[in-house]
Write a protein that binds this ligand. Structure first.
Ligand code: NI
Length: 176
């Protein structure tokens, strides 16, 4: 197990379109496990590969919030197959935008196709929080952050604060 450093916004590496995984090999499985450990440790409900500086279409999620009954999912090359017209509103956060939250509305029910850890094609239906988390993480694979779904005013406010925090941290590191 290895904990991976999480990239904090604003960062150009969070704005890229990730490439599909061509081969689910041992390196990919190790990455899935490391991403899951990193997500649980953070802690967070989901994590996408670009957040740990891997520009591949991979995400992990677990919305059980119960360390004794974990229920992780691993999605490789996820594709949205169906999305409901009815929406679900949730106050989203992101490990790449620590301590910032905003309400985002997304389809309440979705169906996704993906490759599992064995490289097998699977389908998954999800609703409410799990559907939100999967869509949030899938957005990351196309360089989209949850703040891209809110007003530009709120977005620039959050990004300005994150930039300021980054500068302060860099200064503290330089002085130490
Ligand atoms: Ni996120």
């Amino acid at each position: 197990m290895a904990l991976l450093p999480i990239i904090i916004a604003p960062d150009a590496r969070l704005k890229v379109t990730c490439a599909p995984v061509e081969n689910v090999d041992a390196d990919i499985v190790r990455l899935l496990d490391d991403m899951l450990d990193t997500m649980y440790t953070a802690p967070g409900l989901g994590l996408a590969a670009p957040q740990v500086d891997v520009q591949k279409r991979i995400l992990v999620a677990d919305v059980s919030r119960d360390p004794d009954n974990r229920d992780p999912i691993f999605l490789i090359n996820p594709e949205l197959l169906e999305a409901s017209e009815d929406l679900f509103k949730y106050e989203e956060g992101c490990l790449s935008l620590p301590e910032h939250y905003a309400e985002v509305e997304r389809p309440a029910k979705i169906k996704v196709g993906y490759l599992d850890r064995d490289g097998k094609r699977q389908e998954l239906e999800a609703e409410d929080i799990l559907a939100t988390v999967i869509q949030h993480e899938m957005d990351h694979l196309d360089g989209v952050l949850f703040v891209d779904h809110i007003s530009s005013l709120k977005r620039s406010l959050i990004l300005r604060k994150l930039r300021k925090t980054k500068k302060q941290k860099a200064k503290e590191t330089a002085e130490a």
